[in-house]
Design a protein around this ligand. Structure first.
Ligand SMILES: Nc1ncnc2c1ncn2[C@@H]1O[C@H](COP(=O)(O)OP(=O)(O)OP(=O)(O)O)[C@@H](O)[C@H]1O
Length: 686
């Protein structure tokens, strides 16, 4: 058989495959024709693959069809007031939850069953808060705790290899605000498309997505979001969708993709989703108020009310089903509107089966309707759906194996590094070249230079002044670097979670790029600062001494940056990271060796943790030598600097030890930050 290259597959991915061999094979009252079609589709398409000839290695990187089944899916969350830090209570409540005895749990989904195959679009509809997003997250593998029921992908349960086969468009668009639409898509293409595709093919794919989604006019505009001005909400939504369909996922999940779009754009978007589905992909979307035109584009519909399904089946047969139950709209109504009214129990313009309600509009009338619909679903629809799920033939074995094999990274570590570095720099460049930051560094340098203008070390008092300046510089760069780094991961958390869930890159690459790009700023500003202040204040005028002082300051800044990253990664919360950074800074400041030199023995361990202590000592050792003379005009005559009370606890020779300690701290903090980030990010959900 002919084996298509991965790039050819990527090129053809949005064009419909030949459906010639598909035929509608039977059906029943709720028409399971589509299931049969998808099964036939799976068999036909993958019977082409001869496992002997076409090894797993070769098919595993292809976009594979996914047949998703979910049965009796239940999900509950702990009510917030019930959450407890008490370990005993927590164990008890866990056991109780397993035994279904716990009243502190709120049941969100209450037994949802369904299936969807390649080539189909399933719409999840229901009133706000009915559990659509929750179900979408569960089938997307983003919610796993407290989930009951059976969910299978080609008859096997979820596994992490599926991450790169599932595209998830979240309700809130999570896109880096400082990149333009084109940059966003290009970086995604370079990170996510197969490594075998060349640059031109990747650019061509981005171009196609931009055209398909009508993003030409805003391609060079920043995405924006939050306080950053950027493209419109609808354009942002389309960019988010482009970001996912770019890589042609086998299973595409969309959470309210049409919100914020006008009806024409929403309709166009649905047409694109239809194309995606027809190319053999499985599409599930939640939707609030589709127009009638859009409603008829869905193949299947799952209507949820308060976490219970009230309809599951072909979308276009839903009205027929409800009229068979004698729920009939009294005026011409959009089917979606009618269905939502039913799911909320609003019977204003709907005729209701006789005898169901004592009187329409009675306080409990909506509850009665919902209960009735749930009951009808249980007795009429669910058994058929379950039977169909069990009756369907099994997915070919090679397909099952292929979706369990984790795709290789599309790029090597180094290739990912180059792309992410470029992206990180583009995203954060405004922050790096911030005018305020420049003015702050220059202004403080000039101010300190004027205050300590040509300072001398001739007397004890002058020496003390200069030592004060050195400690101030140490504090300034320690705090600037800590606070410059502490918010980075809490701010980027959502982007990181989203991209890691899609397995876009290695976390080590992200971390290395983040810390190295930021280091540019942590090196540039202190250098500028030192060049100004060094010659205004009366520091030692020798070339080695200048460079050693600069090196020490940079080492302090880079170590502090590592500490800031660690605090940020450890808590991943802007408020708490800031609080921890301030607290630690205060502690290190006290034990830095300037305010108190003679720390009691039982508290001395604190100073050894403080990079300010080592940084300050290093700077003193670089600036002064123990045998340098001072106090020459005093009665007792010249004395060596080492005898000054300012250096009571500091031996002014050496300095290599401090350099090593700071280097170890700089690496140690980063290693811990990376490990914390790894642990925390894997537990975060969007
Ligand atoms: N982690 C959670 N903790 C507490 N309640 C939750 C949690 N997740 C979901 N819920 C609750 O579950 C219900 C369903 O939420 P979900 O977001 O799935 O609804 P939805 O149908 O998608 O709503 P919408 O259309 O407004 O987005 C809501 O009442 C929500 O408050």
């Amino acid at each position: 058989m002919e084996i298509r290259r991965e790039d050819e597959i990527a090129d053809m991915s949005l064009s419909p495959p030949s459906m010639g061999s598909m035929h509608i094979a039977g059906g029943n009252s709720f028409g399971h024709n589509i299931e049969f079609m998808s099964q036939a589709y799976l068999r036909n398409r993958y019977s082409e693959i001869d496992i002997e000839e076409d090894t797993l290695e070769r098919i595993k990187d292809r976009p594979l069809p996914i047949y998703l089944k979910f049965e009796d899916v239940e999900f509950k969350v702990k009510s917030s007031q019930a959450s407890t830090m008490n370990p005993v209570k927590s164990v008890v409540s866990k056991v109780a939850s397993q035994l279904n005895l716990d009243k502190d749990y709120k049941q969100i989904l209450k037994g949802i069953t369904g299936s969807i195959g390649p080539g189909e679009i399933l719409a999840l509809m229901g009133p706000s808060g009915s559990g659509k997003t929750t179900l979408l997250k569960i089938v997307g593998g983003r919610l796993t705790d407290n989930v009951k029921g059976k969910i299978t992908y080609n008859d096997i349960p979820y596994n992490t290899a599926l991450k790169r086969r599932i595209g998830f468009v979240t309700q809130d668009d999570v896109l880096l605000p400082q990149l333009t639409v084109e940059e966003t898509l290009v970086f995604a293409a370079f990170l996510r498309l197969p490594g075998k595709m060349n640059r031109q093919q990747k650019y061509a794919r981005v171009e196609m997505i931009i055209k398909e989604l009508g993003l030409e006019r805003c391609r060079h505009t920043r995405v924006g979001g939050g306080f950053v001005k950027g493209i419109s909400g609808g354009e942002r939504k389309r960019t988010s969708i482009g970001y996912e369909i770019l890589v042609d996922p086998s299973l595409l999940l969309l959470d309210e993709p049409t919100s914020g779009l006008d009806s024409t754009s929403a309709n166009k978007l649905l047409q694109i989703l239809q194309k995606v589905a027809k190319a053999g992909r499985t599409v599930i979307t939640t939707i609030h108020q589709p127009s009638s035109r859009m409603f008829h584009m869905f193949d299947k519909l799952l209507l949820i009310s308060e976490g219970y399904p009230v309809y599951y089946g072909k979308a276009r047969e839903s009205m027929e089903y409800f009229s068979s139950l004698r729920f009939i709209p009294e005026i011409a109504m959009n089917p979606a509107e009618f269905l939502i009214d039913l799911a909320t129990g609003q019977m204003n313009d709907i005729s209701v089966p006789e005898g169901l309600l004592a009187s329409q509009g009675a306080p409990d009338s909506d509850r009665d309707v919902i209960k009735y619909l749930q009951l009808k679903y249980k007795t009429q629809l669910e058994p058929k759906e379950k039977e169909e799920n069990h009756r369907n033939t099994k997915t070919p074995e090679q397909l099952q194996l292929a979706i369990q094999v984790k795709k290789d990274w599309t790029l090597s570590w180094w290739e990912q590094f180059k792309i992410i570095c470029k992206r990180t720099f583009k995203e954060r460049r405004r922050d790096y070249f911030d005018k305020l930051r420049l003015v702050q560094s220059l202004g403080i340098a000039v101010l300190l230079g004027l205050l300590w203008w040509k300072s001398q070390t001739g007397t004890e008092a002058q020496l003390r002044d200069q030592v004060g300046l050195i400690f101030y510089i140490c504090i300034f760069w320690t705090s600037s670097s800590i606070f410059g780094a502490v918010y980075v991961f809490p701010f980027e958390k959502i982007y990181l979670v989203k991209e890691r869930k899609a397995d876009m890159y290695r976390l080590s690459v992200y971390y290395a790029c983040s810390t190295l790009c930021d280091m540019l700023a942590h090196v540039f500003y202190p250098t500028l600062f030192m060049v100004i202040i060094y010659f205004m204040a009366g520091f030692k005028r020798t070339v080695p001494c200048f460079f050693l002082t600069l090196f020490s300051i940079l080492l302090i800044a880079v170590t502090s940056q590592g500490a800031g990253e660690l605090f940020g990664a450890a808590v991943l919360s802007i408020k708490r990271a800031g609080m921890i950074a301030s607290l630690v800074l205060m502690l290190f400041l006290l034990t830095g060796g300037y305010y108190v030199q003679h720390i009691p023995k039982f508290m001395q361990w604190l100073k050894y943790l403080s990079f300010m202590y080592y940084g300050f000592r290093l700077l003193l050792k670089v600036q002064y030598s123990g045998d340098q003379l001072y106090e020459c005009e005093s009665k007792g005559g010249c004395r060596p600097l080492q005898s000054s009370p300012s250096f009571d606890m500091v031996n002014l020779s050496g300095g290599l030890q401090e350099v090593w300690v700071l280097l170890v701290m700089a690496f140690g903090y980063r290693l811990c930050a990376y490990l914390c980030l790894r642990k925390r990010i894997s537990k975060c959900h969007l």
